[in-house]
Design a protein around this ligand. Sequence first.
Ligand SMILES: Cc1ncc(C[n+]2csc(CCOP(=O)(O)OP(=O)(O)O)c2C)c(N)n1
Length: 186
Amino acid sequence: MKGIEVISALKSFIDENDVIVSSNGNISREVFHTLPRPQVYLRGAMGLPVPVGLGLAQANPNKRIIVITGDGNFLMGLGSIVTSAFYKPKNLKILILDNMQYFTTGGQQTVSSAINYPEFLESFKIGYSRSAKASEDKIKKDLTEFLNSQTFSVLHLTIQASKENLENIPWHPEEIAQKITARLTK
Ligand SMILES: Cc1ncc(C[n+]2csc(CCOP(=O)(O)OP(=O)(O)O)c2C)c(N)n1
């Protein structure tokens, strides 16, 4: 499956109690054009989706925070998975969309292939973790288990790299921050 297909499949699982944090580049664009707005679209800032998601989850225990991150972003901010696994916020869900490349900047290879994700994630005793290839016939089941587990959860899905020629997000980061703050303080 392509990343945008996985993101589209998420649509029927989320509501206004959910806040999505998307990693910079292609994934933020796909989230912007596919899911309800506003969400936390990171722009420019690489490596930050998990740390930002962790902070939001701790500060907003009544919201479910769903981080959607590329493998490049995930690996750049890797330390924060350890912190997240230590605190295990029940309302934090991390979805890694792994195309094994920095797709946004031209498809340079990441070091994702050096990681055995099932063993790596299990080693932190994360409440729920699963690593699989994203597939049409399993995606609903995978998303249901991942999102319904009443614990800190990580789902690592390998995806097919794909470009959808989506327009850039027209909102400046400050505007994104204002819109999401308004949502969170409502
Ligand atoms: C610190 C830093 N280094 C490099 C970049 C340039 N950059 C923007 S997006 C991106 C690739 C992100 O890769 P990944 O998270 O795997 O997502 P994908 O593009 O594959 O969807 C890079 C290298 C940046 N914005 N910040």
